[in-house]
Design a protein around this ligand. Sequence first.
Ligand SMILES: NC(=O)c1ccc[n+]([C@@H]2O[C@H](COP(=O)([O-])OP(=O)(O)OC[C@H]3O[C@@H](n4cnc5c(N)ncnc54)[C@H](O)[C@@H]3O)[C@@H](O)[C@H]2O)c1
Length: 248
Amino acid sequence: MHQFDLKNKTAIITGGAQGFGLDIAKRFLKSGTKAIIWDIDEEELKKAVKAVNDPNLSYNVVDVSDFKNVKDTVDEIAKSSNIDILINNAGITGSTSSLWDYDVVEWNKIIEINLMGTFNCCKCVVPYMIKNDYGRIVNVASVAGKDGNANASAYSSAKAGVIGLTKSLGKELADKNIAVNAVTPAGAKTRILDQMSKEHVARMLSKVPRGRFLEIEEFTSLICWLASEENSFSTAAVFDISGGRSTY
Ligand SMILES: NC(=O)c1ccc[n+]([C@@H]2O[C@H](COP(=O)([O-])OP(=O)(O)OC[C@H]3O[C@@H](n4cnc5c(N)ncnc54)[C@H](O)[C@@H]3O)[C@@H](O)[C@H]2O)c1
């Protein structure tokens, strides 16, 4: 495992109770960063913090789609700490269905969590990063946001929105020591796969030239570099980790 210089930094990782988010938190802790994991699932958060058992790991129960909840939590953290790193990772895929059959409430919820959640967290954290003239933001999009997956119109739209948001915000902050980038992973074996039909997951996998799922640790390595001081130039960019599926 590569070590990145992330010493004496504080990171918020949304959706950090399990899957990608928790693995990122663990690597950050090993690299010297104080990690604060946010999630809507309090039980999973408690389990994660107990299992990791590191004094530099803490948690907040936060629904990223609730602006007030995000703002209050950010303001509270900022009273006692810088916020150097923000990983916008919380997300849901929603169920597998054609657009014309998609439940309207569920469609909106997918946009609210994936896209509005990313907006809410950036809107609340960025002013503090500007004040400290330092920040690294990584937004977890998906290859679905580039290619568009059939029967996942809400998720594909939300992740395409996250890519657009990243490009805009990165440019808005480019004259400061703040980097904003997005990543577009292909499928990895986390609990999120349970939300989709087995056929849909098999179809996703069949499109990956590498012919396998992305390993969580491979994903975390990319995040670590993007979140480090070493990434002092790349911003407003989209980093692909789709095993060859996306060629741009
Ligand atoms: N695993 C994959 O195949 C894959 C592929 C591409 C992109 N992604 C993206 O990676 C990110 C992480 O997903 P994962 O695979 O680790 O899934 P996961 O389901 O294991 O973890 C996602 C976490 O987000 C939390 N969450 C959901 N709604 C929330 C909300 N409103 N507020 C706060 N937290 C909330 C969940 O409780 C969960 O702990 C997501 O944005 C997902 O879209 C995953």
